[in-house]
Design a binder for this molecule. Sequence first.
Ligand code: FAD
Ligand code: PYC
Length: 416
Amino acid sequence: MQRFSGLSLIRRGLTGQRGWQPQWRQAEPKAAYDAIIVGGGGHGLGAAFYLAKEHGLTRVAVLEKGWIGGGNTGRNTTIIRSNYLFDESAALYDHSVQLWESLSQVLNYNVMFSQRGVMMLAHTVHDVQVSQRHVHANRANGVDNEWLTPEEARARCPLLKIDDIRYPVLGAAFQRRGGTARHDAVAWGFARAADALGVDIIENCEVLGIERDAGGAACAVNTTRGVIRAPKIGVSAAGHSSVIMRMAGVDLPIESYPLQALVSEPVKSIFPCVVMSNTIHAYISQSDKGEMVIGAGTDAYTSYTQRGGLHISRHALEAICELFPTLRRLRMLRCWGGIVDVTPDRSPIIAKTPVPGLYVNCGWGTGGFKATPGAAHLLAWTIAHDAPHPINAPFTIERFRDGNLIDEAAAAAVAH
Ligand code: FAD
Ligand code: PYC
C-alpha cells in the first residue's frame, strides 16, 4: 500500500492525483483461462478472489461489460443483516455476516464495515406477529435479534417519531450485528486482492454469447473483445442474469425490476443505526460522509432501465418525513436506480446449472449486498468442487420445479 505525507497528499490532490498507482492491472484478455466469471460486481470479484485464495485457481478472468462496481454493487444502500426466517437462509446470510466481520483484515482494505445495528419497524398487529416470529426463529438458529418496545426503539434512534402519525410504531426487531459497509470499497478491495493473486480483471468486455461443445458443456464466451475459452464459467450478473443464462439455453425464473435510492446533503452525525420499514417501503441510514441514504420499494413493472418512477421515491420520502419529522428540511442531492433480479420465493440461486461447466449466482433481488462475501465464497466453492457447499445446496434452480421453495418474502419485503 502506498503511503503519503500530509504535504505530498495535498500536492498530489492539486496536481490531479498523477502518480497514484492503479489498484489492479488493466489486463488484456487471454485466449483461455481455467475459469471465467461474468460480472465484475462484488459477487463476481469476490468469487474470483476466493477461487484464487482458497482453491488455488489463479488462471481466472472476471469479465465486466462496464466498470468494476458500476452495477448494483455501487448503487445499493449498503444494509447488511442476517435476520431471515428459514433455517437455510439463516445459515446463508449469517455465513456472510461472519465473513464481513473479518473482511477488511482478509483483504487488507478498509471496507468500513460498521455493525451499528439494523432496526425493522412494526406498524400493525400483523407486522408485530411476523417480526416476533422472525426474532424467535433467528434466535433458535443462533442469529442475534431482539424485540424492542416503541419506547426502546426511540431510545435507540431518538429522531424516530413513534405515535401520533399515520404509521404508529408498535415495536421493532433489532439486529445488533447488522449494519452497513462502504460499497465501492468492497468492489475495489476484492478487485485489488484478486488481481494480486493473478486474476485478470477485464473491464469494457461485454459477454455476447456462451459457446457449448459437442457434449453440451459450456466451453467459451463470445465477448466484445473476442472469444475467450474456459472449462468453467460462472455467471454473477445480478439484473442481467437471465439474459446471459439464456445465451446458454437456460431459462431462469427471474424477473428484473428497477430499484432506486437517494441521498441527502451531508449533515452532522445524527442517526445511530439503520432503520427499515417493510410496511411503508422505506429505509434509511447515515453514510460516513453524513448523507442520509434512503431507499424505496421496487417499481411495479419489469424493466432494464437503470432508473425508477418518481412516485416511488416520493412515497418513500413522505413516509421518512413522517417517521423522522426533523429530516423534512433536508435537501436531497442525488437519486439513481439499479436493476434487481427477483425470484418467485425471494431467495437466491447459487448452483450448478443443467449445462455442465456453467454455474450461476443470482436472484438476490433487492438484498444481495449483505451477501457479497458469502455468495462469492459459496460460488467459488461450487465452481471449484463442481458441487455445492452444504450451505448453498438448497438454493438450486430445480427448487422452483420441485416445489422446495424458501419463501423469504417477509424478510426481503422492504424493497420487494
Ligand atoms: P452487480 O454489482 O450488479 O454486478 C453484476 C455485474 O454484471 C454488473 O457490473 C454488470 O455491468 C455486469 N454485467 C451484466 N451483463 C453483463 C455482460 N453481458 N457481460 C459482462 N458483464 C455484465 N442489497 C442489500 O443487501 N442491502 C441493501 O441495502 C441494498 N440496497 C439496494 C438498493 C438499490 C437501489 C439497489 C439497486 C440494490 C440494492 N441491494 C441491496 C441489492 C444489491 O445491490 C445487489 O443484490 C448486489 O449488489 C448484487 O451484487 P452483484 O455483484 O451480484 O451485482
Ligand atoms: O435487503 O436489507 C435489505 C435491503 C435494504 C434495502 C434494500 N435492501
